[in-house]
Design a binder for this molecule. Sequence first.
Ligand SMILES: Cc1ncc(COP(=O)(O)O)c(C=O)c1O
Length: 459
Amino acid sequence: MFKTIIEPFRIKTVEQIRMTTVQQRKEMIREAGYNIFALRSDDVIIDLLTDSGTGAMSANQWGGIMRGDESYAGSPSYFRFRDSVQDITGFEHIIPTHQGRAAERILFSAMCKEGDVVPNNSHFDTTRANVEFRGAMALDLPSPELADMDSDFPFKGDMDLAGLRDAFNMYGAERIPLVMLTVTNNSGGGQPVSLANMRAVADICHEYDTPLYLDACRLTENAYLIKQREPGYAEKTVREIVRQMCDLAEGCTMSAKKDAIVNMGGFLATRDAALAQEHRVLLILTEGFPTYGGLSGRDLEALAIGMQEAVDEDYLHYRITSTRYVGQHLRDAGVPLLWPPGGHAIYLDAKRIAAHLEPTEYPGVAVAIAMYEAGGVRACEIGSLMFGHLDPVTGTETAGPRELVRLAIPRRVYTQSHMDYVIEVVTKVYEERESLAGYRILEQAPFLRHFSAKLEPLG
Ligand SMILES: Cc1ncc(COP(=O)(O)O)c(C=O)c1O
C-alpha cells in the first residue's frame, strides 16, 4: 500500500561512525598505498567491502549468546544448532566449522583426489583454492546469460547445462566426484540460480550417479529471488523453496557469516552417513570435537537463531528490496552496473565508467578510490588488480576478465539514508568520471596481490 520499504527492525545499540573530510581521506588512502584493504575500518564512513561476518545480530541472537553452553562435548548449544540447521535444510548430518572455507577443506579432502574435476556455476575464491589444493581442477560453468550485463534475464547465476554435459563427456564421471552449485553465485555477480536450473543440474548428476552439493552461503536470499522471479513460486514460502533447493542436493557447505547473520561460523551438511563420519575425523584434526567444530557454544546458539531469522520473509523483502533500491537509483542516474541486482551486492561496471582507462591502469581501483575520497565509502575492486597478474618473464601486466567494483551490503547494518548517501557518492564519481586517473602497481605479492599491493596514481 505504501511505497516506502522500512527496515523491519528497531535500533537498540548504535556504533558511532567517525566522520572525515575529503582532505583527510585523500591523505589516509595515500598512506594506505592506495589499497582500500590497508585502510583502518574506523577511517571508513560506509563500509561495503563485504557482507561476510559484518551483519548486525538481533536481540534474540545476543540473548542466545548468554545461553551458550561451553561444554567440550555434547553441549545443548550444539543440539539447538543441529536441530535448527536440519529444520531449515533437511540434511541429516550437520558438522559445525569455524567458517565456510573449513567446511570446503573437509568436503574436498574427503571427496577429491589429484586429477579430479569439480564443476561449479562459479567457484568462490576459497572454494577454488581448496579444490586446487587437492590437485583437482575447479571448473567454472557460468550461464552464458551472465556475459550480458544489461539484460533483464532473472537468473544469471544459473549453471551452463550444456557445459556440464560436455564436462561429463570430456572428463568422464569417474573424474567428477561431485558437482557444486553456488547459491547465490557470488563470483558471478551475486546472481540467483533458478529452481528449474537446479533441477536440470540434479538430473544430469543423477544420470552420472554424481552427488550435487550446494555452496549455500546465500541460500535464503536465492530462495527469495526465486519467489520473486520464477514463475510458479510466488505463493510458496521461502522455507518451502529452501527445502526444495536442498532436496535436490546431497549436502552443502555454508558460511553462516552471510545469510545466517553471525559474525563467525559455518557448517558442512550431508545425507551420507559414511562420508559424515570421515568428515568428523578430519574436523577433529584441525577444527575441534564434532559438537563444536572450532566454534564456541555461544556462536552455535547465535547461528541456530540466525538460521531461523534468515527465512523471515519481512526481513528478506527488506533485504532484497533495499539492494535493488540502490541498483535502480544508480541505473536511473546512468551508472553502468550488472543488471538485475542480485541479493547481497551491486556490481558497478568500472570498464564503462572509466572507459578512458586501460585495464592495466586499473579502472576498478580508480572508481573504488574515488568513492572513498569523495564520500568515505569503501567498496571492493573485482578486476585486473584482483584477477590480473604480472608476467615474471616479460615483466608486463595481464588484465583480468572483468573490471567490476562490488558494493556488498552488510545485513541489518545500514539504513535507507545510508544507502541514499552511497547513491549520491557513486553518482558524483560517475558524473566526474572523465577526471578519474589510472593507477600503477609499485609492490605486489605473487598470490592474492590485491590484499597487500601498494599503488600510486598515474600522472
Ligand atoms: C560463495 C562463497 N563461498 C564460500 C565463502 C567462504 O566463506 P568463509 O569466508 O566463511 O570462509 C564465501 C565467502 O565470502 C562465499 O561468498
